[in-house]
Design a protein around this ligand. Structure first.
Ligand SMILES: CC(C)(COP(=O)(O)OP(=O)(O)OC[C@H]1O[C@@H](n2cnc3c(N)ncnc32)[C@H](O)[C@@H]1OP(=O)(O)O)[C@@H](O)C(=O)NCCC(=O)NCCS
Length: 188
């Protein structure tokens, strides 16, 4: 009997399409796969050549524009690629936003993302694929060179310290510092 490689099954990728399209209420999608050094079916780069080229072109444009100091083109591009971006958002130079599934990012109004910060929206492990919505609530400040993991919500008015690595939700009005981040009350 022909063995189906875990993660290359159509049920997994169909479930992921539902997740991406917002047809489930889950914040994180996770599915077993074979080792990601070989195609798993979850990356747009695994598709037919035209689809893969479109994906690589889009990713190259997005990563290039995010490196620049100009804010407005970044916001326009993120919105064009499916991210939800509010008003009065500032994205500093050299920020890295996962170009694979930008539609999983929500940035509410009055958010500042510091220089060199990184926002991941998916992850391949040795035997699983996972992707998750990242939500930066109103008034959030992300410090320079911080790393925000996929599936994380940063609560309203919270601050992520420079260089912090955040893998869990940050409650509203608090401060996340260090790697792995610990949560501290924020003294206004
Ligand atoms: C998070 C931040 C705002 C904290 O400022 P603060 O309220 O004055 O906090 P404090 O300096 O009193 O520090 C509070 C605690 O957090 C720790 N802490 C603060 N910043 C930290 C950092 N970046 N990494 C690790 N720990 C940090 C302090 O050591 C202290 O720990 P303790 O209570 O165990 O002694 C500031 O440190 C920071 O990182 N700002 C980001 C600046 C930035 O990157 N801007 C983007 C570029 S424009």
């Amino acid at each position: 009997m022909k063995r189906t490689e875990p993660g290359t099954d159509s049920a997994g990728t169909a479930g992921f399409r539902d997740f991406l399209a917002g047809r489930t209420t889950d914040r994180v999608f996770r599915h077993p796969t074979r080792h990601p050094a070989r195609p798993t079916g979850f990356c747009p780069c695994d598709g037919a050549l035209p689809k893969a080229l479109w994906f690589y072109g889009k990713a190259a444009v997005m990563l290039t524009v995010l490196k620049l100091p100009f804010n407005a083109p970044k916001l326009a591009l993120l919105r064009g690629f499916g991210a939800k971006v509010g008003r009065h958002v500032f994205i500093s130079a050299d920020v890295w936003i996962d170009p694979v599934f930008p539609q999983l990012l929500t940035i509410e109004d009055d958010v500042m993302v510091g220089v060199g910060a990184k926002i991941a929206l998916h992850e391949f492990g040795p035997d699983y694929f996972s992707a998750g919505r990242v939500i930066l609530r109103r008034g959030v400040v992300i410090g320079g060179f911080a790393l925000i993991g996929h599936g994380v919500e940063i609560g309203e008015g919270a601050v992520v310290a420079g260089g912090a690595a955040v893998g869990r939700d940050v409650p509203p009005g608090t401060m996340a510092v260090g790697n792995p981040a610990r949560i501290l009350p924020r003294i206004p």
